[in-house]
Design a binder for this molecule. Structure first.
Ligand SMILES: C[S@@+](CC[C@H](N)C(=O)[O-])C[C@H]1O[C@@H](n2cnc3c(N)ncnc32)[C@H](O)[C@@H]1O
Length: 339
């Protein structure tokens, strides 16, 4: 996710009544719906649903930890009269159309409505946005209201995709969707809920720097608005101490530069400063940048364009080395075979 990209495209924003009465008329991402009457709200607003009386309040609590910022789920299954449509969580992969799986493209072509974070909607190929009946996008944060919006649209009888980068099971919305469906008194089966996998950032980014993750690997997210920092720290200690290769997601933002500094400090407690680290910004996107550095150099990069919320950092283990500008983490074959 890019912290910079928080604007919505509102040149043709329409009010949705969830019943697909306001189609995008074959428009691209620029003609998307941002104002919904179907349970979603992008900021501190409450909306009344035209499809069953849903009220969903949402504050943009991204990065904040106050209880006041919690998003609340509105309508329940009893508020909807229609036969439900299908809800599918689709992983887009790293960002470019060629990084999407054929199954993801097919799933998006098959639905009526697409719901997602504005940046991801803008990454969709034109043929998908042109064909979608309705697109509902909101800026960063508001994950709960956005997910609820997708669910309410499906409960109102539409086939809906909720999209995200990478894979829906990696720091993404597949689990939240199931939790909200349950809290509404609906069932995943009634919505024929499905998950279409995508290539996670760790793997897209690993591919850019050779073969850094080939052995046992653990992912850690430095975003502390959902997991508190002491927990993140203790996980980092455990993972670094045990010698896993590490994929670090959500590594840096202005609000949480201390998390990144702390992370570098912890890694250096357990690994030599020469440990190879792959830093990949915007894999598969126009502003992609890739560098292989040493662990001892990592912290200083936190203040550069290379590391932000669209960067994944891949930390090698004690066996990882750099050869011919590529990271190599041996799988262990060398202990059994001569080559
Ligand atoms: C909320 S997580 C979503 C992860 C996603 N579901 C996945 O499977 O990769 C967002 C984080 O994923 C990573 N990320 C997403 N897209 C990326 C890309 N194109 N290049 C590098 N890292 C990316 C960054 O660490 C970012 O902060």
């Amino acid at each position: 996710m890019s912290t910079d990209d928080t604007t919505t495209t509102d040149d043709a924003s329409t009010e949705s009544s969830c019943g697909a009465s306001t189609a995008t008329d074959g428009g691209a991402a620029a003609e998307t719906t941002t104002d919904s009457a179907c349970g979603g709200a992008t900021t501190d607003t409450t909306t009344e649903s035209a499809c069953g009386g849903a009220t969903s309040s949402s504050s943009s609590g991204c990065g904040a930890s106050s209880d006041d910022d919690e998003e609340e789920v509105g309508a329940t299954v009893d508020d909807f009269e229609a036969d439900p449509g299908q809800l599918v969580a689709v992983g887009l992969g790293p960002g470019q159309p060629e990084g999407m799986t054929a199954r993801a493209k097919r799933a998006l072509a098959d639905v009526d409505h697409i719901v997602g974070y504005t940046t991801y909607v803008e990454l969709l190929p034109d043929e998908i946005t042109d064909d979608a009946e309705e697109i509902y996008d909101t800026p960063m944060c508001g994950e709960v209201s956005r997910t609820e919006e997708a669910i309410d649209r499906a409960l109102a009888g539409n086939d809906v995709a909720i999209i995200g980068s990478g894979d829906p099971n990696v720091y993404a919305l597949a689990g939240l969707a199931l939790e909200i469906i349950e809290s509404k008194g609906a069932t995943a089966s009634a919505l024929d809920f499905d998950v279409v996998p995508g290539v996670p950032a760790a793997q897209s980014c690993a591919a850019r720097v050779g073969a850094p993750l080939v052995n046992d690997t653990v992912s850690v997210s430095l975003s502390d608005h959902l997991t508190d920092m002491p927990t993140i720290e203790s996980r980092l200690h455990a993972v670094a101490k045990e010698g896993f290769t590490i994929s670090i997601y959500n590594p840096w933002s202005r609000k949480r530069r201390e998390n990144f500094e702390k992370c570098c400090e912890i890694l250096l407690e357990h690994r030599p400063p020469e440990t190879p680290v792959g830093v990949v910004h915007g894999a598969g996107r126009e502003d992609e940048q890739t560098e292989i550095v040493e662990l001892g150099e990592l912290e200083a990069l936190g203040e550069t364009d290379l590391i932000d919320m669209t960067t994944t950092i891949l930390v090698g283990n004690e066996d990882t080395y750099v050869w011919d500008d590529r990271m190599v983490t041996p799988r262990g074959y060398e202990t059994k075979y001569d080559y």
